[in-house]
Design a protein around this ligand. Structure first.
Ligand code: 5RP
Ligand code: MG
Length: 227
């Protein structure tokens, strides 16, 4: 089973704060996420800045797009994002148009300079159905983000058997999974044995007393559980 990657979610309110984190953490992680909060606050300059400072990291724009798939996808890709998110309640047309924009950019790209193919992830925050999941697969989506929402977590929702069953079923459908939502290193054993592509952590790494040590602890636990 491939080793899951580690993604740092930068849900900072300012780019300056996000860059204070990346200065110590960019080398410790595989994927840098321009978080929803950062994108709302600083716009595409956050994505542009992350890619220009860290060209060898995958950059994800967590814009949770709900409409205007072509325009928003071209916007994030033109500014250097490798991956973007579309929210699960978006119409299938938005999923399809965002993915079509990614594929068009991939066709025009120089493979020698490409870190990873541009891609669209469907972000599973809130409600969605298995029929919709089938439709995403049929549309060509290969990545989903399984997300315990920040507000749901604050209201007391913890990881449970229902989550693990859904995650296994999504993996069985052929989706590569990112897992997120208030993740702490102690949560990782819950997912052992499941082919996870990416673990995403924000606050538990950024706000740690020693953020680099926190990122290394995630990496070490991932290696221990998935090697
Ligand atoms: C919130 C998000 C966050 O990026 C995600 O929850 C990861 O951050 P944290 O580990 O701080 O919860 O997308 O909508
Ligand atoms: Mg996020």
């Amino acid at each position: 089973m491939a080793l899951p990657m580690l993604q740092l979610a930068l849900d900072n309110k300012t780019l300056a704060d996000a860059l204070a984190s990346t200065r110590v953490l960019a080398a410790e992680v595989d994927v840098l996420e321009a978080g929803t909060i950062l994108c709302c606050s600083e716009g595409m300059q956050a994505v542009r800045c992350l890619k220009s400072l860290y060209p060898d990291r995958i950059v994800l724009a967590d814009i949770k797009a709900a409409d205007a798939g072509t325009i928003l996808a071209n916007m994030v890709y033109d500014n250097g994002a490798d991956w973007m998110t579309v929210i699960c309640c978006a119409p299938i047309a938005t999923v399809e148009t965002a993915l079509a924009a990614a594929r068009k950019c991939n066709q025009a790209a120089d493979p020698a300079k490409t870190l990873t193919p541009l891609d669209v992830q469907v972000e599973l925050t809130g409600t969605w159905s298995w029929e919709e999941a089938e439709a995403w697969r049929a549309a060509g989506i290969s990545q989903v983000v399984y997300h315990r929402g920040r507000d749901a977590q604050a209201a007391g929702q913890s990881w449970g058997q229902e989550d693990l069953d859904k995650i296994r079923r999504l993996a069985g459908m052929g989706f590569a999974l990112s897992i997120t939502g208030g993740l702490v290193v102690e949560d990782l054993p819950l997912f052992a044995g499941i082919p996870i592509k990416v673990f995403i952590a924000g606050r538990s790494i950024r706000d740690a007393a020693d953020p680099a040590a926190a990122a290394r602890a995630f990496k070490a636990k991932i290696a221990e559980l998935w090697s």
